[in-house]
Design a protein around this ligand. Sequence first.
Ligand SMILES: CCCCCCC/C=C/C(=O)SCCNC(=O)CCNC(=O)[C@H](O)C(C)(C)COP(=O)(O)OP(=O)(O)OC[C@H]1O[C@@H](n2cnc3c(N)ncnc32)[C@H](O)[C@@H]1OP(=O)(O)O
Length: 379
Amino acid sequence: SLIHASLILFTLKMEVLLLNDDEATQFEQAKSKLSTLKNDPGNEVKLKIYALFKQATQGPCNTPKPGMLDFVNKAKWDAWKSLGSISQDEARQKYCDLIGSLVEAESGSSAQVSAQPAGSGATYETLLVTKEDDITTIKLNRPAKKNAITTEMYNEIIAALEQAATDDSVITVVTGAGDFYCSGNDLTNFTKIPENGVEEMARHGADLLRKYVNAYIDFPKPLVAVVNGPAVGVSVTVLGLFDLVYATERATFHTPFSQLGQSAEGCSSYIFPKLMGAAKASEMLLFNKKLTAVQACELGLVTEVFPDSSFQSEVWTRLKAYAKLPRNSLALSKQLIRSVEKERLHAVNDAEVERLMERWTSDECFNAVMSFFQAKAKL
Ligand SMILES: CCCCCCC/C=C/C(=O)SCCNC(=O)CCNC(=O)[C@H](O)C(C)(C)COP(=O)(O)OP(=O)(O)OC[C@H]1O[C@@H](n2cnc3c(N)ncnc32)[C@H](O)[C@@H]1OP(=O)(O)O
């Protein structure tokens, strides 16, 4: 209520007044600098800022833990709780330092001249998209969540692919930030049930997934996956729609659909048996077999495996050389290789999505997703 909010504001103001002048000024300055940031620092950083502010002004977290499905408040509570018993002074200092570093990074990055953000001013919350040396790179950028794909991120990847399809780059690369390539669909996508119930959620999910996979099927230029770490679920299945898949030896490839009460997507029900034979495809798609990078390469899903220590340098040297090849020749050859199958791939995508829509309303799927969150809650 309004009275409650005013009381909180009053308490916060009193707490600030109790600090010595210098600290109070520094803290107040940091608070106002926060509102001057031009770029959204992302949810992880925003949670950190929130937590430090709460610790600085109220001390250690002492409020009841929100329910498991109250994701936003639980995330905020987790972030505050994770600060443990650090003192209010230390939290204030960390808050000021963090905001100072964000402001500095922004002014520094505006002076940077190397990799340019791609596209006509497109900015993304969950991706880092750059264009350099005729290569557009789409980097999945939620490392703290192992680059799990939220609905927002599906939409951003679709937009980034559409942008890359028409920009002047020769090659497009998809890769991940941090130690994972991608942990697949963000399982919290299944917990945001709209007013009209689980069927509506399934319909929305199906529309989004269809569009997402279509963006790969229809992509007109050479598309390269730089698999920098383990890959799970939908990030593995769409690899069959890439033209090259380079993997670090540390990468693994896992499609645990049965475990999750779901079924295959990304056209993998058609492409995987063609690539590796029905038996090996079934081991992956039915029985959740996790492949090493070398096994995935032997089965034709991966083009080449590189030692982890030289992965980035070897791959990017190679890609920069490829990007110097004549762009039209590359694009036309890709289209010749892929166009025969395009219609079939769209039909396969439609069929897979139809099946998944049914799966997402099933008890098997519901129970599997709940187990994931229950296991987390017990940690
Ligand atoms: C709306 C459109 C829907 C289209 C759907 C299309 C169909 C797609 C299907 C799939 O992709 S199925 C595969 C789904 N993915 C998973 O089942 C993976 C689940 N995650 C894990 O098994 C593990 O997290 C991991 C990936 C093996 C990593 O394990 P590790 O021990 O190294 O790290 P964690 O501490 O577990 O993870 C860190 C952090 O990240 C969160 N997280 C990881 N993956 C996901 C995910 N897929 N969804 C949501 N959150 C994920 C994890 O919970 C941790 O969070 P915090 O505890 O730190 O808050």
